[in-house]
Design a protein around this ligand. Structure first.
Ligand SMILES: Nc1nc2c(ncn2[C@@H]2O[C@H](COP(=O)(O)OP(=O)(O)OP(=O)(O)O)[C@@H](O)[C@H]2O)c(=O)[nH]1
Ligand SMILES: [Mg+2]
Length: 291
C-alpha cells in the first residue's frame, strides 16, 4: 500500500531546515546559508520511494517580525503547519525560551510532531544529545525524537521509517521524477540570492531581493537578465565591489550552479538596483514574488 503526504519542516532560523531538505532529497531545492532568514517562502521538496511519497514543505525560520517582509515570512512559516500530515520540528540546541514561540503553534492544530535534533556532528558526546532531548520532553507530546546531522546525512533511515508510519495510505501527488514545484526562474533567482548571502554580511543579506527580468532560450543558450534589488546606495556599492569584482564573483558562481540545476547552459546578466525600503512596500514585495 502506498503512503504519501505532506511533511512540514519547522523551526527557528538557521537550525538547518533547508540543509536537511536538500541532503535528504540529495538534490538542491532550497538555498542555505549561515545567515538567518535565508528561506523566504515555502519550498516544496519531493522524495518518492517505491512504497511512499514524502512531500516536504520547507518554511522560513520562526522569528519575531520587524517589517512587512518579516510578517510575510511568519505567515509562510505558519501556513505550512495546518496543511501538513506531519511536522518535523528541527532544533539545534537545548530548549530555551525562544523555542516556546514555535512550540506554542503546535497546540492548536491536530498534527503529529517529531522532534528532530539537528547538527549532532557538533556535539562531543552522546550525553549532550541526551541533555538536549531531556530539555524538550516536558514541553510537548512529541510522537518521536530523532537526532540527526543534516550536513553529514546521518541517521536518516530511522526517520524515513517513522515518517512512513505517520502518512495516510493514498496515491502519489506528483510524478516520481519531480523534486520540487518551483519554476526554473524561481530556482535561478534563489541561487543568485544564495551567492549574495554567501559573499555579504550584516544588513546586506536581508536587504536583497532578486528578480529575473528576462529569460529566453536563444540558440541553445538560456539567456537571463536578473536584477538584484537592495535598499541603499551603500549596499549597491558593496554588491558591485571594486571594479565590479564582487558582482563578477556572484555572477560566475550563480551561472555555474544554474547551469547544473537547470541542466542547460546559461548566459547570465546581473544588475544591481536600489529600491528604497522595498521590504516594507507591498507592491515591491509583490513584484519580487512575496505576499
Ligand atoms: N555542523 C552542522 N551545520 C549544519 C547542519 N545543518 C545545517 N547546518 C548549517 O547551519 C546553517 C543554516 O542552515 P540552513 O539550512 O540555511 O538553515 P535554515 O533552518 O533553513 O535557516 P532559515 O531558512 O534562515 O530559517 C548553514 O551554515 C548550514 O551549513 C548540520 O547538521 N551540522
Ligand atoms: Mg531555510
Amino acid at each position: 500500500m502506498i503512503k504519501s503526504g505532506y511533511i512540514a519542516i519547522i523551526g527557528r532560523v538557521s537550525v538547518g531546515k533547508s540543509t536537511f531538505l536538500n541532503n535528504y532529497l540529495e538534490e538542491k531545492v532550497s538555498i542555505t546559508s549561515s545567515k538567518p532568514q535565508t528561506t523566504r517562502e515555502q519550498i516544496i521538496g519531493i522524495k518518492t520511494f517505491s512504497d511512499a511519497q514524502f512531500v516536504f514543505i520547507d518554511t522560513p525560520g520562526f522569528y519575531r517580525p520587524r517589517h512587512k517582509l518579516g510578517e510575510f515570512l511568519s505567515k509562510e512559516a505558519l501556513s505550512g503547519l495546518k496543511s501538513a500530515d506531519l511536522i518535523l520540528y528541527l532544533v539545534d540546541s537545548e530548549y530555551s525560551y525562544g523555542e516556546d514561540y514555535v512550540i506554542r503553534h503546535f497546540e492548536n492544530i491536530n498534527v503529529p510532531v517529531f522532534l528532530v535534533i539537528n547538527k549532532i556532528d557538533l556535539l562531543k558526546s552522546k550525553m549532550s544529545i541526551d541533555r538536549i532531548i531531556l530539555s524538550y520532553l516536558d514541553k510537548y507530546n512529541f510522537k518521536g525524537v530523532f537526532p540527526i546531522s543534516a550536513l553529514e546525512k546521518t541517521h536518516f533511515e530511522k526517520l524515513t521509517e517513522a515518517i512512513k508510519n505517520y502518512l495516510p495510505s493514498q496515491g502519489y501527488f506528483y510524478e516520481k521524477e519531480q523534486v520540487t514545484t518551483q519554476s526554473d526562474l524561481k530556482r535561478a533567482s534563489e541561487i543568485i540570492r544564495e551567492k549574495v548571502l554567501f559573499y555579504t554580511k550584516e544588513e546586506v543579506p536581508h536587504a536583497v531581493g532578486v528578480f529575473i527580468e528576462y529569460a529566453r532560450m536563444e540558440n541553445g543558450l538560456y539567456v537571463m537578465y536578473a536584477t538584484i534589488y537592495v535598499e541603499r546606495a551603500s549596499q549597491k556599492a558593496i554588491l558591485i565591489g571594486k571594479r565590479g569584482e564582487m558582482l563578477k564573483k556572484i555572477g560566475k558562481d550563480s551561472r555555474l550552479e544554474i547551469n547544473e540545476v537547470l541542466n542547460t547552459k546559461v548566459h547570465l546578466n546581473l544588475y544591481v538596483k536600489v529600491k528604497k525600503d522595498w521590504r516594507n512596500n507591498i507592491s515591491d514585495l509583490r513584484g519580487l514574488g512575496y505576499v
